[in-house]
Design a protein around this ligand. Structure first.
Ligand SMILES: Nc1ncnc2c1ncn2[C@@H]1O[C@H](COP(=O)(O)OP(=O)(O)O)[C@@H](O)[C@H]1O
Ligand SMILES: CC(C)(COP(=O)(O)O)[C@@H](O)C(=O)NCCC(=O)O
Ligand SMILES: [K+]
Length: 242
């Protein structure tokens, strides 16, 4: 039995996997970490294996506590990896990005592949068909764009994701929605187009909390896999223990 935990900067995602079956997906607020993990683990018939990738605000004490709940593996650059890590600063690479790259390498070993994770940040991670991880990009996620427009101006209100984002915004609110959402969509399509010109047989995965919303407007062919990071953690766990 495996519990996969992804600690992002906005929220924590947890899944239970047992004998080839997903036992449940949970979204947890950081403040409820202990109580919610307690709820999940106390029901289990045996001590689980726990794999965690954390880039969010989880401290040493919380990790120590987690280690009492199962056999714990914390994803890090020191792990055995299913790809060759060509990042110039491998020890500063986010554990979430390590797990995403591992998922790409394990699921699509023969292809060039790009994963775009639309969470707090939008991250781009590229693994080529020789399974070399080359790096990618980091840009602000949708909520971060809304928040920074409000934080760094005197007049712009704090908005959140809307279904109305016409190309030509005709009010302040619409202009912000257009800038944030159409801007992110154009950025994502732009990145994919650039990768397509450089690499053939490219597979693109869109994941993260805003993936389904953004996918509606993205023009390129992509696979929308909202839980790709959690799924990658399970594949990766099986890989390092094989
Ligand atoms: N219930 C929710 N709570 C928080 N964010 C949500 C929720 N549902 C959808 N989202 C969207 O998901 C995004 C966060 O995505 P996620 O992949 O969980 O981020 P991270 O991995 O950085 O914590 C938010 O920007 C928000 O737009
Ligand atoms: C870029 C990130 C902040 C993304 O975090 P997220 O949006 O998943 O919450 C995280 O992957 C991170 O802290 N990375 C460290 C820097 C790097 O990957 O090079
Ligand atoms: K992200």
């Amino acid at each position: 039995m495996i519990i996969a935990i992804d600690v992002g900067n906005t929220r924590i995602k947890v899944a239970v996997y047992d004998r080839n079956t997903w036992g449940g997906f949970y979204h947890i607020a950081t403040k409820d970490f202990r109580s919610q993990i307690e709820n999940i683990t106390e029901k289990l018939p045996e001590k689980p294996f726990i794999i965690i990738s954390s880039v969010g605000k989880l401290n040493e004490y919380q990790l120590k506590w987690l280690a009492t709940k199962g056999f714990l593996h914390i994803v890090s650059a020191n792990d055995k990896l299913p790809f060759e890590n060509k990042y110039a600063t491998p020890h500063t690479l986010g554990a979430d990005r390590i797990a995403l790259a591992a998922g790409l390498a394990l699921e699509f070993p023969k292809r060039n592949k790009l994963v775009i994770d639309c969470g707090t940040c939008i991250t781009y991670d590229f693994v080529n068909q020789r399974n070399e991880y080359l790096g990618g990009a980091i840009s602000p996620g949708l909520n971060l764009r809304y928040k920074s427009l409000n934080d760094y101006t005197a007049k712009l209100p704090l908005l959140s994701i809307s279904d109305e984002y016409p190309l030509t915004g005709t009010s302040t609110n619409q202009s912000i929605h257009s800038g944030v959402i159409n801007g992110a969509v154009a950025e994502i399509d732009g990145f994919i187009n650039e990768y397509k010109t450089r690499y053939d047989n490219l597979t693109v995965i869109l994941t993260g909390g805003d993936a389904i919303f953004l996918a509606e407007s993205i023009k390129n062919n992509i696979f929308v896999r909202s839980n790709f990071l959690i799924e990658s953690l399970v594949l990766y766990y099986q890989y390092i223990n094989s």
